[in-house]
Design a protein around this ligand. Sequence first.
Ligand SMILES: *[C@@H]1O[C@H](CO)[C@@H](O)[C@H](O)[C@H]1NC(C)=O
Ligand SMILES: *[C@@H]1O[C@H](CO)[C@@H](O)[C@H](O)[C@H]1NC(C)=O
Ligand SMILES: *[C@@H]1O[C@H](CO)[C@@H](O)[C@H](O)[C@H]1NC(C)=O
Ligand SMILES: *[C@@H]1O[C@H](CO)[C@@H](O)[C@H](O)[C@H]1NC(C)=O
Ligand SMILES: *[C@@H]1O[C@H](CO)[C@@H](O)[C@H](O)[C@H]1NC(C)=O
Ligand SMILES: *[C@@H]1O[C@H](CO)[C@@H](O)[C@H](O)[C@H]1NC(C)=O
Ligand SMILES: *[C@@H]1O[C@H](CO)[C@@H](O)[C@H](O)[C@H]1NC(C)=O
Ligand SMILES: *[C@@H]1O[C@H](CO)[C@@H](O)[C@H](O)[C@H]1NC(C)=O
Ligand SMILES: *[C@@H]1O[C@H](CO)[C@@H](O)[C@H](O)[C@H]1NC(C)=O
Ligand SMILES: *[C@@H]1O[C@H](CO)[C@@H](O)[C@H](O)[C@H]1NC(C)=O
Length: 412
Amino acid sequence: MKFVVLLFVLVSSSSPYLAWAFDEATYFNVTDYGAIGDGRTESSKAFLKAWDAACKDTVKSPTVYVPPKSIFLVNPVNFNGPCNGPGINLLILGTIVAPNAPSAWDGKDASQWLAVTNTKGLSVVGFGVIDGQGKAWWDQSCKYHPKLKNCTTLAPTAWKFIGCNNSIVSNIRFINSAQTHISVQGCNGFLIQNVTIESPGNSPNTDGIHIQSTHHLSINDSKITNGDDCISIGDHSSHLSISNIQCTLGHGISIGSLGRSGNLVQVENINVTNCIFNDTTNGARIKTWQVGRGYLKHIAFERLTFNNVKNPIIIDQNYCDVSGACPELKTGVQISNVSYRHAVGTSATHIAINLNCSKSVPCHGISMESVQLTSAITGKQVTANCSNAYGREHDIVPGPCLPHETHQDTMI
Ligand SMILES: *[C@@H]1O[C@H](CO)[C@@H](O)[C@H](O)[C@H]1NC(C)=O
Ligand SMILES: *[C@@H]1O[C@H](CO)[C@@H](O)[C@H](O)[C@H]1NC(C)=O
Ligand SMILES: *[C@@H]1O[C@H](CO)[C@@H](O)[C@H](O)[C@H]1NC(C)=O
Ligand SMILES: *[C@@H]1O[C@H](CO)[C@@H](O)[C@H](O)[C@H]1NC(C)=O
Ligand SMILES: *[C@@H]1O[C@H](CO)[C@@H](O)[C@H](O)[C@H]1NC(C)=O
Ligand SMILES: *[C@@H]1O[C@H](CO)[C@@H](O)[C@H](O)[C@H]1NC(C)=O
Ligand SMILES: *[C@@H]1O[C@H](CO)[C@@H](O)[C@H](O)[C@H]1NC(C)=O
Ligand SMILES: *[C@@H]1O[C@H](CO)[C@@H](O)[C@H](O)[C@H]1NC(C)=O
Ligand SMILES: *[C@@H]1O[C@H](CO)[C@@H](O)[C@H](O)[C@H]1NC(C)=O
Ligand SMILES: *[C@@H]1O[C@H](CO)[C@@H](O)[C@H](O)[C@H]1NC(C)=O
């Protein structure tokens, strides 16, 4: 069954990403394809049929519709493009839950639950919930249960977007993913807005949003509480803007780890602004492997608030799986033009600012201005430790940290 409706102001639209969305939508209601929203009936085939029908449609913006007040149990499934229309929407008003037993992935790719690949003009919006039901995976995770005979290191990412150009994900709530909640890979033009991500602080590897090989992406106005990186940025990404994010528990916003396999790193133009970190292990973190090559440059961290954060500002250019186990190398990722401006708050450890750059490939063009960090523990002092990092600083507490500028530095 197909009918045409006009849908307005679901997402306020000043963004170029939304130009095609929701002007005239043809609906593909998953229940019309056999989905049953009783929380028990496995409905992946119905979802796939609705997607395939929408994807074949040539109207401007076909919409796969997931009705409200229903819970759809959906096994691992791939929604593949390319589609025939200029865009495709998923309007999710109900809840989509993953199977609660890892055995549902037997014979399937255990790295993912839901995935969309190879689309343009995708929008995933609504007030719905994506529930990864990750507990059984966490309970067998090698990270926290190394003694378990069949412990697993790989668990499904709740939703992967692979090769999805000009996409938007908005208003959705993601909870309890088995591993990463949202992963964006190989996409060009992506907006994530007003999403909520929630999983326990002790859930293993439950990154909020992971970005890899992606260009021109923004993440705005979102709340992330989880057990691993709030947002992590991998190799080959550029022109990213991250603003108004609240990160709670978890490991903070991390650029890296970069260059793990000795690959050429090309990461640049990233702005992280107006973010709050509460009880996270890191705040603004950059981490690179010594074996990495290439560069990380033009990074701005601005207007950040830290509450009881273990490493509020940190660069670790000697990142290693097991601390201290990687031998010192002559190689490294060249880090330059990184600025920290208007950062305030409290550190849960002694070292509030830790710029630990490579002896062989030092950090250049670091700029720090108006940074005020104190200890989260009354009466304790904090320090700033910078090694092999060069640049300018002004109005830094604790400080000073950066050595005076060198000639080389002014060349950046
Ligand atoms: C979708 O299907 C549900 C269940 O059949 C129905 O209640 C609802 O009205 C349908 N909505 C749309 C927009 O098709
Ligand atoms: C996405 O953009 C890239 C780079 O412009 C292009 O190579 C690719 O074909 C596009 N993919 C789709 C599905 O439009
Ligand atoms: C953000 O998403 C939530 C949950 O879906 C919704 O209730 C709220 O209205 C959204 N806010 C905006 C500004 O769109
Ligand atoms: C462990 O592996 C065995 C044999 O592959 C399997 O039967 C069992 O269900 C697994 N247990 C868990 C907890 O995955
Ligand atoms: C989201 O971020 C982008 C890039 O900074 C910006 O253009 C856009 O206005 C922001 N949207 C909202 C709703 O803040
Ligand atoms: C980051 O901020 C700089 C300085 O305001 C601006 O030139 C650049 O375009 C911004 N980059 C992104 C991806 O928003
Ligand atoms: C973060 O902590 C501050 C200070 O304790 C508190 O005022 C704020 O509400 C917290 N924010 C979140 C998102 O938990
Ligand atoms: C440093 O990077 C910012 C973007 O984050 C850019 O606007 C600025 O021009 C860069 N400065 C230099 C000296 O390259
Ligand atoms: C810097 O990194 C080295 C090598 O991993 C480590 O031994 C040292 O303790 C670190 N310094 C700080 C201040 O964290
Ligand atoms: C950090 O800096 C303080 C003060 O300069 C110094 O006493 C301490 O040894 C440094 N810690 C590390 C791990 O380098």
